[in-house]
Design a protein around this ligand. Structure first.
Ligand code: ADP
Length: 265
């Protein structure tokens, strides 16, 4: 039982809070007492060397992996835990499942349902999980497919779409759940160079016009620099350095950050 973390965060707290989060795989500590706050409408990029724990941050927030210690809060409430006897205890699968829809995630591999059209891919979860009527779910899905420039391809199956188009449908599908926060995991790394721009343009507009809260793991340093409010540099499961893009890319302080940026830029 965890009595060191509050059952509810005070009003005005960040939308997402990682409080002392540790994640291990066997003997390997992948996240090491991680503290990370994400404000409403903030766009945070996570960069760092391979194996530093970047994807794990997203996977534990998506509740795809259980954490070993600490608490993750979303919207003031514990995501990973539930209240018990004045403290918190690890959440059951059922509880986690109910909370999962607060988080939207877009993966490297688009993970669209291959036997469904673009539109069907976007209506499935809102109907099944949120209980929307087909009519309402289709209206919502169509608006979102338009938003990502895929309205005219709504009846196509994924195999008939380019990688960039599939990824835009995957973004629309995640948005259809109206998540509190969107997680983007290397969303352009499986794409051909010529279609990367169309996906980045969609993310850019979600950020600038629709004020979504987003956490993005990326190797696209130029893009991270352009659109992030804050950049976090991960090293061995901790944030080694964080700051505005100007500060982190322009005047890094930590030796590890300097080495990393020197190698990738
Ligand atoms: P990054 O995204 O920064 O490349 P990850 O978060 O994917 O790093 O992984 C961090 C570390 O955790 C790596 O050493 C990786 O091998 C290990 N890891 C990730 N997933 C698993 C797993 N399911 N089982 C065991 N080790 C894992």
């Amino acid at each position: 039982m965890d009595t060191t973390h509050p059952q509810v965060l005070p009003e005005g707290s960040p939308l997402v809070r990682f409080s002392g989060v540790t994640k291990c795989y066997g003997p390997l500590t992948v996240l090491d007492k991680l503290d990370l706050d994400i404000a409403q409408n903030e766009m945070v990029s996570i960069i760092g060397p391979s194996g530093s724990g970047k994807t794990t941050v997203l996977r534990v927030l998506m509740t795809l992996e259980k954490i070993n210690d600490g608490v993750i809060y979303v919207d003031g409430e514990p995501l990973t835990h539930m209240p018990k006897a004045g403290g918190l205890t690890f959440a059951t699968e059922k509880y986690l499942h109910e909370r999962r829809s607060k988080i939207g995630m877009v993966f490297q591999q688009f993970n669209l349902f291959p036997h469904m059209t673009a539109l069907q891919n976007c209506v499935e979860a809102p109907m099944q999980v949120l209980g929307l009527s087909r009519e309402d779910a289709e209206e919502r899905a169509l608006n979102l497919l338009e938003l990502v420039g895929m309205g005219d391809k709504k009846d196509q199956h994924p195999t008939r779409l380019s990688g960039g188009q599939q990824q835009r449908v995957a973004i629309a599908r995640a948005l259809a759940m109206r998540p509190k926060v969107m997680l983007l995991d290397e969303v352009t790394s499986a794409l051909d160079p010529e279609v990367i721009g169309e996906v980045l343009n969609v993310i850019r507009s979600l950020n600038s016009e629709h004020n979504l809260t987003m956490i993005m793991v990326t190797h696209q340093m130029g893009f991270a620099r352009e659109i992030s409010d804050r950049v976090c540099f991960f090293y061995e499961g901790k944030i080694a350095e964080q700051g505005s893009p100007e500060q982190l890319f322009g005047d890094p302080q930590n030796e590890r950050t300097k080495q990393f940026l020197h190698a990738v830029l």
